[in-house]
Design a protein around this ligand. Structure first.
Ligand code: NAP
Length: 331
């Protein structure tokens, strides 16, 4: 479904990108945002139930004030937040959950009066008893119907933004799963401002039924040869070593183009999604000799490739990231 929210109608002016503002609404004074519409963004055959949910900000201080790369909090209410219903894992109830904003700062209406979220239903089992556990906020959001109200907080976040002069950079965006959320808004913002540099989006999902916003990304890729859109389908495709095809394998496959791009000081690297994707991406960056990361003292590339995930050295490796050019939002 390609909608008018991805390309500005010619008769509307393009509003400016706002300055960064945080915490207009805090947990003590959340804003009741009305659900305008929602649509499923994984195919019906997918075991992953992901939804794109559009909220109205009308009447709020957030209109025209949020930036892509920021998050908003959602206060779960109703049956999923009911400790009796969700009795197995009450720790999942009552807490505000943060979701990355998926819409460009102009919202769907090009006035910033809407905000969109990309949410996957959290459906798991209690590991000791095998009983069903439903994430309070994600199921609350995915269940919401147009007209319902949802309490939101924020916006929050200053560290995963596009620069203030976004057209002067190249970008490499790496995403896993719903970590794709901020990149939808980023791509919309870049191309609606006339972006002419290079941008790569490398997106990993379990199944081909899970490629969220594929139509939207293809729309831009078909019109802009400087937008390189690549997917990695972990449970259907294999890397050259016969393992699962992950984002880092696609980065490696395209490294002849990516190495010279990443060597440029005006190329920015963003990583968003599953906690753990760094265990594959950092070693690749070290292997190609990227200056986005520095080898910690006493360590070789080979050491890093063999490190177990729980090794304390990962903290040093994380510290070696060039925070001016390498942005990370994994959890
Ligand atoms: P998902 O559907 O499970 O997809 C994740 C993909 O990454 C799968 O293909 C998975 O492969 C692959 N993967 C697993 N381990 C990897 C590794 N070490 N390196 C590279 N790829 C790996 O994802 P999800 O459940 O949506 O989770 C996305 C995460 O993003 C969540 O933790 C969420 O909290 C976070 N996030 C969400 C938002 C949001 O706004 N909703 C924003 C930012 C971040 P296999 O499973 O086949 O191994």
């Amino acid at each position: 479904m390609i909608a008018s929210f991805i390309e500005k109608p010619a008769d509307l002016p393009l509003p400016p990108i706002p300055d960064t503002t945080v915490n207009l609404y805090r947990p003590k004074n959340p804003f009741p945002a009305k659900v305008l519409r929602k649509h499923r963004i994984t195919e019906s055959a997918s075991p992953n139930h992901c939804w794109h949910v559009v909220l109205s900000l009308e009447g709020s201080k957030m209109v025209g004030k949020y930036r892509i790369g920021q998050s908003v909090g959602v206060v779960p209410e109703g049956r999923f937040n009911d400790a009796e219903f969700n009795y197995v894992h009450t720790a999942l109830t009552d807490k505000i959950r943060l979701y990355s904003i998926a819409s460009a700062c102009w919202g769907d209406d090009w006035k910033g009066e809407t905000i969109s979220l990309c949410v996957k239903r959290e459906i798991t089992e209690d590991q000791s008893t095998g009983e069903l556990v439903l994430g309070a906020a994600s199921n609350f959001i995915c269940d919401a119907r147009p007209g319902d109200e949802m309490l939101i907080t924020g916006p929050v976040g200053k560290s995963f933004l596009l620069p203030d002069d976004p057209l002067n950079y190249n970008y490499v965006f790496a995403a896993t799963g719903t970590g794709i959320a901020p990149y939808l808004g980023m791509i919309i913002e870049l191309f609606n401002q006339g972006f002419e540099r290079e941008v790569w989006l490398v997106f990993g999902v379990p199944y081909s039924t899970d490629i969220m916003y594929d139509g939207e990304f293809r729309y831009f890729a078909n019109r802009h040869p400087n937008f390189h859109y690549v997917t990695a389908i972990s449970r259907e495709q294999y890397n050259p070593r016969g393992g699962k095809m992950y984002v880092q394998d696609r980065l490696e496959e395209h490294q002849n183009a990516l190495i010279p791009l990443l060597e440029k000081q005006d190329t920015l690297f963003y990583m968003c999604g599953l906690k753990g994707m760094e265990y594959g991406i950092y070693p690749w960056l070290y292997r190609i000799g990227s200056n986005l990361v520095n080898l910690p003292d006493g360590m070789t590339v080979e050491d890093i490739q063999q490190l177990p995930r729980d090794a304390s050295e990962w903290t040093k490796i994380e510290r070696s990231r060039d925070r001016r050019r390498f942005f990370k939002e994994t959890y």
